[in-house]
Design a protein around this ligand. Structure first.
Ligand code: DC
Length: 231
């Protein structure tokens, strides 16, 4: 019996984590949200006052890295894993708009990526894992048995993110949410190191018109059609 690695990459707010969580729960796999790690570094730098008015000195962020410990813990209420930064559950704080506004620039720093990728590879060493992000199928786990590249219409992505923020009490205008998504997509696809590109062997999933259940069923069928053993 062999477990596999499932890599899910794609644009901001196109539902990667939702489908990754459902898939992990269905298969009994671990789920790792790699974006949450870059968000933790950004949150820590904001709290330390290293990021001010959307700008920072790279070396000051690099100096913080040894102080940052990350781990994930399964939350039975949400049936997903929460992100812990130095033993504090920051699952809610890392989703704040101010973190989203700075995270792409922080994630472009070489040393930040080296540290986060090492953690991701360690988490995936025994396989049986679903990981979502931007460079998972191309760089972190190029050997992943199943690679998906997710995309969705920009306005649909914006609406999903807008609703999510609203439900958490963050009332950000639609236009600002859309701008943040487009800015991040641009930065994430144009950075020098590990930019987001579709892996040659990735299967594209445009979920603009698909429900969660339809996406899950689509991926389960792929696993079956590709005769991948997931046990
Ligand atoms: O998935 P997310 O939107 O929470 O990710 C936040 C940011 O982290 C994203 O804008 C780019 C960065 N990121 C990355 O550079 N590499 C990854 N594997 C995952 C996220």
């Amino acid at each position: 019996m062999s477990k596999i690695i499932i890599a899910i990459d794609g644009y901001s707010s196109c539902g990667k984590s939702t489908v990754a969580k459902a898939l992990a729960a269905h298969l009994g796999y671990a789920y790792v949200d790699s974006g949450s790690m870059y968000r933790c570094v950004t949150l820590y730098a904001l709290r330390k006052g290293v990021i001010k008015d959307h700008s920072f000195i790279e070396d000051e962020i690099i100096k913080l890295l040894p102080e940052i410990n990350l781990r994930f813990e399964f939350n039975p209420h949400t049936k997903s894993s929460d992100t812990f930064l130095n033993e504090e559950n920051v699952e809610k704080d890392i989703r704040q708009m101010v973190v989203s506004e700075n995270v792409s620039k922080v994630s472009a720093i070489h040393q930040v990526r080296v540290k986060m990728i090492a953690i991701q590879r360690e988490l995936g060493k025994n396989k049986g894992i679903v990981v979502d992000g931007r460079d998972i199928g191309t760089n972190v786990f190029p050997q992943a048995e199943l690679k998906l590249f997710m995309t969705a219409d920009t306005d649909i992505r914006t609406q999903r993110r807008y609703d999510e923020l609203n439900s958490k009490g963050q009332h950000i205008p639609f236009i600002d949410v859309k701008k943040n998504l487009l800015d991040r997509d641009f930065q994430d696809t144009h950075r020098k190191e590990n930019p987001m590109v579709q892996a040659k062997d990735a299967i594209v999933l445009d979920n603009s018109e698909l429900s969660r259940e339809e996406q899950l069923q689509y991926i389960l069928k792929l696993i079956k059609d590709l005769t991948l053993s997931v046990d």
